[in-house]
Ligand binder design. Structure first.
Ligand SMILES: Nc1ncnc2c1ncn2[C@@H]1O[C@H](COP(=O)(O)OP(=O)(O)OP(=O)(O)O)[C@@H](O)[C@H]1O
Length: 928
């Protein structure tokens, strides 16, 4: 007995019987059916993916009558068909034959179960052989034969199995080969993938670069568009500028004329102005000369004697006046002593105690004019202390003295001369105290700071200068007076026996005047010295001591030096001791021979001051006798040189400007020439456009005439056909009964006639749309007619071709207003041509004569119109071949090359060639 527990699946499968869930085939093996059966196996999912057909032998010997069943198992894992001979499902009680009937079939190893079992030493092999022997015994030769058959089949199957194995081996090799190839392909695929990756990265970088390029391109495009816009703007500007240039060009002529007129007038005015300037200059020069002569006649150094009144103290003490003012006439002054006239002095003017400031200044004012004329002027007051020098020069707040009035007179004259002269005035205030020059303006602005000592320097020949001296620029009297008052307040004063507020220094006001003659450009530089001298005094009388004594000594010394200078000038000495004192040194350029001086001799009327008064009078008399000589005008050479340099510079600038003007004129000429060229080009283009428009107009006219001719021919044919129909039909066509003569008649009948031709003609299109523009009367007809799109031919033989869109008029030139009616106008043709045309028409038309004549007249007029068209003359002139016999028409629009159509004249009968030509035209797309 076998141990079924040790049974193994030959294919190391699980028990086949337990795989019945996956696939179990069981079938009855019919004992009577000895044929092979085809078993179709399906997997448990019922799909037909696996099909195995097996030829199995199912003899009765495998199954006993009692069981009649055999088990077939199929593993889904291995495609083997197993007939389990020792399956546990096979009843153990079965006989050996039944167990032997269990055959193991393996597709892989072939149906070689017996041999396989035998080779494996399966326990069933002995049973199987014994089974066969027993079967042979039992069933005899019949079984043996079947077995042999089976064995034969088995051999065949073995062969097939071998072949299959060979095929499998080949397939395996091929599989390995394919696997290698696949591996190679896989490797190459990996390489390709890596290459693809690199390419992708490269493509990515390229895409990035392309994106950048695209951005850059967009930027360039945007900039390009901007540049285009700018170019357009510039072109527009250029056009505007051209227009403006044209306008300016037009205005240029007027401007030239106006400019010449203005230049002439300006030249006259300039000459007149120059003449006036010359006259004014000469007048001014004469005035100066005369004025100066007057002053010279009066004396360049003049002495005015002024005597103050007795003050209250003197009156109180009962002092008597020693001056006889009653006899003071014509500048004479008489000194009385003890009631008797003692000595008489003569001066330029004598002002008594009753004379006020205005009276004194009345004779002083001419010196202000001399200052503005360019002369140095020195006005100083000399006299004993307390005699009224300061009063005369400064005056009081309510009664201004010479200083204020002279300055006021200066600014007054300046305002009067402002159209001719331009002046600049600077003011300095200084004092000579103890032979030291002090700047009173500097000490006035900084009272706590000690004024530095100033020295006199010679700037140029005859011109002295005090370096460091403050010069205040003033433009009116108030400013000048404020400056002078500021300096006067800083003057050194002290109390003496003779004067409570005695001036202890020489106060000097210097007014510097710069003048420019606007007419002749002459520059002047002059000075006005307003000097309030310190009072001379008798030291013994004043009992001055200490500082006052020192002051008095310096004062007397300087006054003595002044007297020496004046005496030297009077004696015409070769040496003038100007430098003996600071005072004379300062006044050197104003005490010379070319200056004017005015001295106010201040005297006291008091009898007690008679000796000082006589000293002063003697001093003044000596001054009065000095002849300073003719005054010289102080010309400023530096200003003159500067003026010369300015003139040279102005000349050079004028030359440069002239060159620039010449360049600009050349540029303007170039622009004008360019504008002219552009204008010429524009004119040429306009002429070309006009020529083209004229040519287009001619072509249109010819086309229109051609259409007319065609219409006439078609009508002729229609008429002919109608006449033929009428001849053949019992009733006549209404048109035949009518008389053709007017356009309205024809146009009224024409649509109906056309409609009779099987609607081959579109009534509304027998006139071109462009005809509406020229024939408004026919346009009304077209409105009444049924509208149809497209263009129709009147020729019945032609096919209807869809009309193109209405051709837009290219020319802006209006079409000729001459009414060109359709060729039915009833005017007689010329006799010579009419016969010819009629003959030709008669030869062409084969129809009854009565109606034919009417038709002939229609066609004749059309032909006659064509032959007599004025455009033919133009075409002949233009070289276009136009004639009666043949009309070559070029129809084109928008500059296209026109196609030429050879048209026949009225004589031509429609021949085959003509039909062919017509057909060609149709093929070409012509539609008349
Ligand atoms: N013509 C005059 N009419 C009225 N008063 C006068 C006249 N002249 C001088 N006086 C008065 O005499 C006084 C002295 O005058 P002032 O100070 O001008 O003399 P001075 O010559 O300047 O003296 P010093 O030389 O000491 O400065 C003043 O009070 C002044 O008002």
């Amino acid at each position: 007995m076998e141990d079924h527990s040790q049974w193994h699946d030959p294919l190391l499968l699980t028990d086949v019987s337990r795989q019945q869930q996956t696939l179990i085939l069981s079938h009855d093996i019919s004992s009577t059916n000895s044929d092979s059966q085809s078993i179709e196996m399906r997997n448990s999912e019922g799909t037909s993916g696996l099909h195995q057909s097996l030829e199995i032998v199912s003899p009765q010997l495998f199954t006993g009558p009692s069981t009649g069943r055999s088990m077939l198992g199929f593993s889904l894992i291995a495609p083997d068909l197993v007939v389990c001979g020792s399956s546990p499902d096979i009843p153990k009680q079965s006989s050996a034959a039944e167990r032997a009937a269990s055959i193991v079939l393996s597709l892989e190893e072939g149906i070689n179960g017996l041999e396989a079992d035998a080779s494996r030493g399966s326990p069933d092999s002995s049973n199987f052989s014994s089974f066969w022997h027993s079967a042979d015994d039992i069933y005899g030769s019949e079984v043996t034969g079947g077995f042999k058959n089976l064995q034969g089949d088995h051999d065949d199957q073995k062969k097939q199995l071998l072949e299959a194995r060979i095929v499998i081996e080949e397939l395996k090799k091929e599989n390995e080969f394919k696997s290698n190839e696949c591996q190679k392909a896989l490797n190459s695929l990996h390489e390709l993938q890596s290459e693809l990756m690199r390419k992708s990265m490269h493509v990515g970088s390229l895409a990035f670069a392309v994106e950048g390029q695209v951005k850059e391109k967009s930027k360039w495009l945007s900039s390009l568009s901007g540049l285009k816009r700018q170019l357009k703007i510039l072109k527009l500007d250029q056009i505007k500028l051209s227009e403006e240039a044209l306008k300016y060009k037009d205005c240029l002529g007027d401007m030239d004329g106006l400019r010449s007129i203005m230049q002439a007038s300006l030249a006259e005015q300039v000459s007149y102005h120059d003449e006036l300037k010359m006259k004014v200059s000469e007048g001014e020069k004469k005035r100066k000369e005369l004025y100066n002569k007057v002053l010279e006649l009066k004396g360049n150094i003049r002495v005015f004697c002024r005597c103050r009144p007795l003050n209250l103290e003197e009156i109180a003490t009962g002092d008597k006046a020693a001056i006889d003012f009653e006899s003071a006439r014509d500048g004479e002054l008489t000194i009385r002593s003890n009631g008797f006239p003692r000595k008489t002095f003569k001066f330029d003017a004598v002002f008594g105690p009753q004379a006020d400031q205005a009276d004194v200044f009345e004779d002083t004012a001419p010196f202000a004019t001399s200052v503005l004329d360019g002369y140095n002027v020195c006005i100083f007051a000399y006299g004993q202390t307390g005699t009224g020098k300061t009063f005369t020069m400064e005056g009081t707040k309510d009664d201004r003295g010479v200083n204020y009035r002279t300055l006021s007179e200066l600014f007054h004259i300046m305002s009067e001369r402002q159209k001719i002269f331009r002046y600049e005035i600077c003011v300095s205030v200084l004092e000579v105290y103890n032979e030291q020059i002090r700047d009173l303006l500097a000490s006035g602005t900084q009272p706590t700071v000690a004024s530095k000592r100033l020295e006199i320097r010679q700037a140029s020949e005859g011109v002295l200068h005090v370096p460091g001296l403050i010069e205040a620029h003033v433009s009116n009297i108030s400013e000048a007076w404020d400056v002078l008052q500021t300096g006067s307040n800083a003057r050194a004063v002290g109390s003496t026996n003779a004067n409570e507020h005695s001036s202890r220094s020489h106060c000097i006001h210097c007014v510097m005047v710069k003048g420019e003659n606007l007419l002749n450009g002459e520059f002047t530089r002059s000075k006005l010295w307003l000097v309030d001298l310190a009072g001379s005094e008798r030291i013994a009388k004043t009992e001055a001591q200490g500082e006052r004594l020192k002051e008095a000594q310096n004062i007397n010394r300087s006054l003595s030096a002044l007297g020496d200078v004046i005496s030297a000038l009077a004696n015409k000495s070769a040496y003038i001791p100007f430098r003996n004192s600071k005072l004379t040194h300062l006044l050197q350029d104003s005490l010379g021979g070319d200056s004017k001086a005015l001295m106010f001799l201040q005297i006291s009327p008091n009898e007690n001051d008679l000796s000082e008064t006589i000293c002063s009078l003697n001093f003044a008399s000596r001054v009065k006798g000095v002849e300073l000589g003719p005054a010289k005008k102080q010309l400023d050479n530096t200003e003159f040189m500067r003026y010369k340099q300015l003139v040279e510079k102005t000349k050079q600038e004028a030359k440069l400007k002239d060159l620039q003007i010449k360049k600009m004129e050349e540029t303007v000429h170039n622009l004008e020439s360019k504008v002219k060229d552009k204008d010429q080009k524009n004119k040429n283009l306009q002429e070309k456009v006009k020529e083209l428009e004229a040519q287009l107009l001619v072509e249109r006219k010819l086309a229109r005439q051609h259409v007319d001719t065609k219409i006439a021919e078609q009508q002729q044919q229609q008429m002919r056909q109608q006449l033929e129909d009428q001849n053949s039909a019992p009733t006549r066509h209404p048109l035949a009964a009518k008389t053709l003569g007017t356009l309205n008649d024809l146009t009224s009948d024409l649509p109906r006639i056309i409609s009779d031709h099987n609607n081959q003609i579109c009534p509304s299109s027998f006139l071109l749309s462009s005809e509406k523009e020229n024939y408004p009367e026919t346009a009304e007809l077209l409105v009444q007619l049924p509208k149809r799109t497209g263009r129709a031919s009147l020729c019945p033989t032609t096919q209807r071709i869809p009309i193109a869109s209405n051709p837009r008029r290219n020319s802006l030139i209006p079409l000729p207003m001459t009414v060109h009616h359709v060729p039915m106008l009833p005017f007689p043709p010329l006799e010579d041509e009419r016969d010819e045309v009629e003959n030709s028409l008669e030869a062409a038309i084969c129809s009854p004569i009565s109606s034919k004549k009417k038709l002939n007249s229609v066609v004749r007029r059309s032909v006659q119109k064509k032959t007599k068209s004025p455009f033919q003359q133009q075409l002949k002139k233009g070289g276009v071949n136009v004639g009666v016999d043949k009309v070559r028409v070029s129809i084109g629009s928008r500059g296209r090359m026109g196609q030429r159509v050879l048209l026949g004249n009225a004589r031509r009968v429609v021949t085959r060639e003509a039909k062919k030509q017509t057909q060609k035209d149709k093929e070409r797309g012509w539609n008349f």
